[in-house]
Design a protein around this ligand. Structure first.
Ligand SMILES: Cc1cc2nc3c(=O)[nH]c(=O)nc-3n(C[C@H](O)[C@H](O)[C@H](O)COP(=O)(O)OP(=O)(O)OC[C@H]3O[C@@H](n4cnc5c(N)ncnc54)[C@H](O)[C@@H]3O)c2cc1C
Length: 380
């Protein structure tokens, strides 16, 4: 492939042409109907094709196998793949959540070895933050790491760990300080998921998929060079990662919702939806897009993302549920009772949309962040 331009507009044109050319190879064999196994297998194919052709490497630093250029380029790649239905955005965009923090906090040799594997689809990674008693109040986590010769020994449990059963590695938050050390006593580790002592139990979601898991750690040894940041710096690692979960990943999800709303308008009988409600959903979608675009540009200009990305997440969760509430209005019989593949697909997506106000920090927690950290409205 000739070197594509690093400016966004020419990049778009060149990428779109390539995507058209490779349409057949990139199309998901089962469309949106596939099982999670099928979607994961196809994601690997898409990542490999786009990485080997260079597209996936643009927007990532050269020191981790990227080709440099603006982060807007990878924002557009995910948008284009999602808008064309080549990938499911939730599983595709995990790279955007986990790789930037790895680049910021891993030892340079580790990041240089591991990040290209994630970008190329040779590996899947997962995020081990939440625990049975610890989701919103992350600073109370208890999964413990104690010092051993040249490393750490981990004991404890994580839950809701997306794709853990497919993952080769996990970005894991552990308690290394005393029980009352709160956010000061947390250390982040990069753990091989095939380490002895790890047990993974998938959990079936309301939409019938084994998308996340319980993960148990029983005397799991993690070498010292797998520590991300300094000992006790795990809270900073988490605070670095969470805004990434609300930036490029949400830009990609916005493209998916845009496509979904278009599909819905095609699927319903004329007049089945109230035009003002459709208009409201469009308005919300474009509000998300405008907000998320500004976030993409701030990231591209090197700004550190922070609590203001909670606004992006609130917009995303609101519009995701609005779009699928419309689906329920317009396709009620199919969504609730239909047993054909298309009905099951709408039902599954409707049910998953309920998780939008939970994953990546619940709607209430995002509003608390906006109130306290952006509007200075005080604490509890
Ligand atoms: C689809 C999906 C995928 C996920 N993937 C991952 C993953 O890969 N890795 C990972 O670590 N976690 C993951 N999670 C977990 C997710 O981060 C947590 O579910 C979320 O942070 C909420 O935590 P919780 O479930 O413990 O609920 P809780 O914190 O117990 O909250 C329960 C309810 O109480 C409300 N609440 C809690 N505290 C407050 C407060 N102070 N003020 C107001 N309201 C409050 C919450 O908003 C919520 O409505 C995933 C979750 C989902 C749904």
């Amino acid at each position: 492939m000739s070197t594509p331009p690093t400016e966004l507009e020419p990049f778009r044109v060149a990428l779109d042409a390539w995507l058209d050319e490779r349409r057949a190879d990139l199309a998901a064999p089962s469309g949106d109907h596939g099982t999670l196994d099928e979607q994961m297998a196809h994601l690997t194919t898409v990542k490999r094709l786009t990485f080997d052709a260079g597209w996936m490497r643009w927007g990532w630093p050269e020191r981790v196998g990227g080709l440099g250029g603006s982060t807007l380029l990878r924002g557009y790649l995910g948008e284009a793949l999602t808008a064309r239905g080549c990938v499911e955005p939730g599983i595709y965009s995990l790279t955007e959540v986990l790789a930037p923090t790895m680049i910021d906090y891993a030892q340079p040799e580790l990041a240089a070895t591991m990040v290209p594997r994630l970008l190329r689809g040779d590996e899947t990674w997962c995020q081990g933050f939440s625990e049975p008693g610890t989701g919103s109040n992350l600073a109370a986590l208890t999964c413990a790491a104690t010092k051993v010769d040249d490393g750490w020994c981990v004991n404890g449990q994580k839950v809701w760990t997306s794709l853990a059963q497919y993952a080769q590695r996990c970005v894991l938050l552990t308690r290394t300080g005393g029980p009352d050390s709160a956010h000061r006593g947390i250390t982040a580790l990069f753990v091989d998921m095939d380490s002895p002592g790890i047990t993974i139990r998938p959990i079936v979601t309301i939409h019938g998929r084994e998308e996340f898991c319980e993960v148990f750690f029983d005397d799991v040894i993690v070498p010292a060079d797998r520590q991300l940041g300094d000992e006790g710096q795990g809270w900073a690692v988490a605070m670095d990662l969470l805004p990434f979960e609300r930036s490029t990943a949400l830009w990609h999800r916005g493209a998916y919702l845009h496509r979904t709303l278009g599909e819905l308008l095609q699927a319903v009988e004329p007049g089945a939806l109230r035009p003002d409600e459709v208009g409201e959903a469009f308005q919300q979608l474009f509000a998300l897009r405008a907000r998320s675009r500004a976030t993409q540009h701030r990231m591209a200009s090197g700004d550190k993302l922070g609590p203001e990305t909670s606004i992006d997440k609130i917009l995303l969760a609101t519009v995701e549920q609005q779009v699928f509430d419309l689906a329920l209005d317009g396709l009620a019989g199919d969504v609730l009772l239909g047993d054909d593949a298309e009905s099951e697909r709408w039902r599954s997506r409707f049910l998953y949309s309920r998780a939008a106000t939970i994953y990546g920090g619940s709607a209430e927690i995002q509003r608390n962040i906006v109130a306290r950290r952006l509007l200075d409205l005080g604490s509890d």
